[in-house]
Ligand binder design. Structure first.
Ligand code: SF4
Length: 266
């Protein structure tokens, strides 16, 4: 008798997983294991071998950055733009629309707000999704920090790009509509809006290919090695819980990355 065939289960990944892997693959592994603790409180499964050799940089190559458009000031909303989605798990998102222009898509409201892409095995929740005047959908990732001069030199903003590319794909898959670009909104309220800004991140063929390769690379990585460095470890949440034996610096708080990059403002 033939043995029953089993279909390999694709490891579900989130935009946040891509961001942590891009910083340090072991951070991603620890974050997920911490999130999926056993009933007895033990950490979930960790791939990283005991005697892994730490890396100097994450093995994931950067997404395409050549066509980003960096804008200072307020987001360019028009009277015809409407809000069709808001992450129900976030309570500190900015109010960008008057009530009459908030029209949530009931398929993705409340407890159903996690978007899924069965083809690529992605799941997650963007902060906001705007339907623009031409009918296109645009995910918006909100950051409380400010947009600063020298965007392209500040590799911290690459993490935001990684996240938005994955969110563009999620929105396209879940809503079944083409997504031309995503937005990172830097919403620092200080200075009467003078420090606000937003970046438009195109979602074209180059970004789609990058995402597919990145997801495959993450799933095939049997080690998920640590990348110990002050810039990584100071803001690493598993490090805050004392979970990493490779840490190169003490945990400094969730905004450590932001502080680090802010200090590079010119
Ligand atoms: S403490 Fe450093 S090496 Fe360890 S998982 Fe976090 S970022 Fe990686």
């Amino acid at each position: 008798m033939l043995a029953p065939q089993t279909t390999p289960v694709t490891e579900a990944l989130t935009p946040h997983d891509l961001v942590t892997y891009f910083r340090c693959p072991h951070e991603m592994e620890l974050s997920r294991a911490n999130h999926h603790r056993q009933p007895d409180g033990a950490l979930g499964n960790i791939r990283t071998p005991e005697h892994v050799v730490p890396l100097r940089h994450s093995p994931l190559f950067a997404p395409p950055l050549g066509h980003l458009i960096v804008n200072e000031g307020r987001l360019d909303l028009t009277e015809k733009d409407i809000l069709v989605y808001e992450d129900s798990g976030e309570d500190d998102l900015p109010v960008l629309f008057p009530p009459e222009r908030v029209r949530p898509d009931i398929r993705f409201s409340g407890p159903r707000s996690t978007l899924a892409d069965p083809e690529l095995g992605l799941r997650g929740r963007p902060d906001l999704i705007i339907q623009r005047a031409d009918g296109s959908l645009v995910p918006v990732e909100y950051k409380e920090t400010h947009l600063f001069v020298g965007y392209h030199e500040a590799h911290g903003r690459m993490f935001d790009t990684v996240q938005v590319v994955a969110e563009c794909r999620l929105v396209e898959a879940a809503f079944g509509k083409k997504v031309p670009y995503g937005i990172v909104l830097y919403g620092d309220q200080a200075g009467n809006g003078q420090r606000e800004g937003w970046v438009r991140i195109p979602y074209g063929e180059a970004e789609q290919s990058w995402l597919r390769v990145a997801l495959r690379q993450i799933r095939e990585d049997a080690e998920r090695a640590p990348v110990p460095a002050e810039r990584n470890c100071g803001g690493c949440e598993p490090n805050a819980e004392g979970l990493c034996k490779f840490a190169a610096a003490r945990y400094e708080g969730p905004h450590h990355h932001q502080t680090f990059f802010t200090s590079r403002r010119t």
